[in-house]
Design a protein around this ligand. Sequence first.
Ligand SMILES: Nc1ncnc2c1ncn2[C@@H]1O[C@H](COP(=O)(O)OP(=O)(O)OP(=O)(O)O)[C@@H](O)[C@H]1O
Ligand SMILES: [Mg+2]
Length: 319
Amino acid sequence: MIITVTLNAAIDKSLSVPNFRLGRRHRTVEQRTMAGGKGVNIARALKALGQPVIATGMAGGATGTRIVDELTAESILNDFVRIREESRTNTSVLDPTDGQQTEINERGPSVSEHEVELFRDKLLYLARGAAIVVFAGSIPRGVDPDIYATLIRELQRTGVTIMIDADGDPLHQSVRAEPDVVSPNVLEAEELVGHEFNDDAERSLAVREIVALGAREAIMTLPDGCFAQVLIDGQPQLRRARVELREPVAKRGSGDAFLAGYVAARYSDSSPDECLRFGVACGAESTGRLGAGLIDPREVRRLAGEVELSAIELPAEVS
Ligand SMILES: Nc1ncnc2c1ncn2[C@@H]1O[C@H](COP(=O)(O)OP(=O)(O)OP(=O)(O)O)[C@@H](O)[C@H]1O
Ligand SMILES: [Mg+2]
């Protein structure tokens, strides 16, 4: 079983509004409402790929009830801690005439210490039956930024494989807790290591720097694929995976689809290279759809054949 953790679960509302202008009144031509938050999106994509997954996290109020109902309607197994305050609704407006996407994310609920404690107990219980736990996304107000790091340290005793996709302080702290895999995008990685990357040599070194901070393996995604430092027969190796850039219908959630693909392949005992290839194919496929975590597995398999994978050799003095 795979567990995805979404501490700040949401209802994601995507509106299609032609000729969207600030200060005007508009009508939507298409609208879609789905349960969201990074871990939820990853769970949706894992389910589409036929992998066993339970989405957990915290959800509250009428919006929280809706999140759970939507997941259940999609047959995505879920087990959330119910919290007192109302979960977020995130609204994104896509203008089909120019492809621009505007996002408004609510601040979301504040969570009490007792609610965090209930969640911790639930996670440790669920993890007993899991091979992989994925932490993804922002943390709600009132929750200590070291929450992921604390949970990672507790889970490590169970031997479960731990992956994390977060940013800012929670990412900083969790990397030091030595998760198995961390998968930031370029901006998040730059913030994590504290400097910008100007060329491919620096991007290759970035994943090495992230591993030096504590993660066992690091994957840095970017729109045309990823850079990764993976373990092959216990030895660290650098990889570059590349896919042809597409004109995205909606880019949001492509990192979530990437991670779902990577996790699905890893859960199926694929080789490290195949895991990266499948992740990149899922990310690319998801950009063709309005709604995060939506992928077509047949199209993913076709795209996976087009992903180019290469080993990166670093000069001796920097390796
Ligand atoms: N324009 C694109 N064309 C093809 N593939 C893309 C494109 N944009 C993203 N992808 C795919 O999605 C993956 C993740 O992309 P990216 O690093 O931009 O995600 P992200 O910033 O983490 O997104 P999010 O956090 O919103 O889900 C890439 O590795 C790639 O496989
Ligand atoms: Mg991301």
